[in-house]
Design a protein around this ligand. Structure first.
Ligand code: T46
Length: 137
């Protein structure tokens, strides 16, 4: 699967490290929303949905977690374990986030406002939406 990851520049000086991310310049969309999750319980799987139009960049700014990406034909798991590593997830990609470390903080930059209508939360519906036969007989 073609996947887009970013290593954002670290600006280091004697005080520590600063990472800056600019819309359009560093990621391919305008940022309309930022959200983050932490305190994720052990063995929890988050996500389990696709988006019809939303584009996002996920960065685990503390700790680590894994992201499963599924385009209906291929599945791939990415480990987010660096504070300056981002993964782009476009529309029509099923995603699952799991194996969060206790200290994980997953930051998400999103191209649009929250809209439940943009979600596809059922895997068979997701397959149908991308014109693949559903697993349901
Ligand atoms: C995604 C992955 C990476 C809001 O009210 N506003 C928001 O901006 C968001 C993101 C969520 N919510 C509400 C909706 C639910 O009642 O917060 C609750 C938890 O959301 P959800 O179960 O969708 O969270 P995740 O972690 O499964 O998925 C989230 C994003 O929703 C989703 O767009 O791609 O992170």
């Amino acid at each position: 699967m073609k996947k887009l990851t970013y290593i954002f520049d670290e600006i280091c000086d004697y005080r520590g490290i600063l990472v800056a991310i600019q819309q359009i310049k560093d990621i391919p969309f305008e940022i309309k929303r930022i959200y983050y999750m932490y305190g994720t319980k052990e063995n929890v799987i988050r996500g389990c949905h696709a988006h019809k139009t939303l584009q996002q960049v996920l960065i685990c700014i503390n700790g680590s977690c894994k992201i499963l990406l599924d385009n209906g034909a291929e599945r791939e798991t990415v480990i987010l374990d660096k504070k300056n590593l981002g993964i782009y997830i476009g529309a029509n990609i099923w995603r699952e986030m799991f194996e969060f470390s206790k200290d994980a903080i997953l930051l998400v930059l999103a191209s649009d406002y929250y809209d439940e209508k943009d979600y596809i939360r059922n895997y068979d519906e997701f397959l149908k939406s991308i014109n693949l036969p559903s697993n349901v007989s």
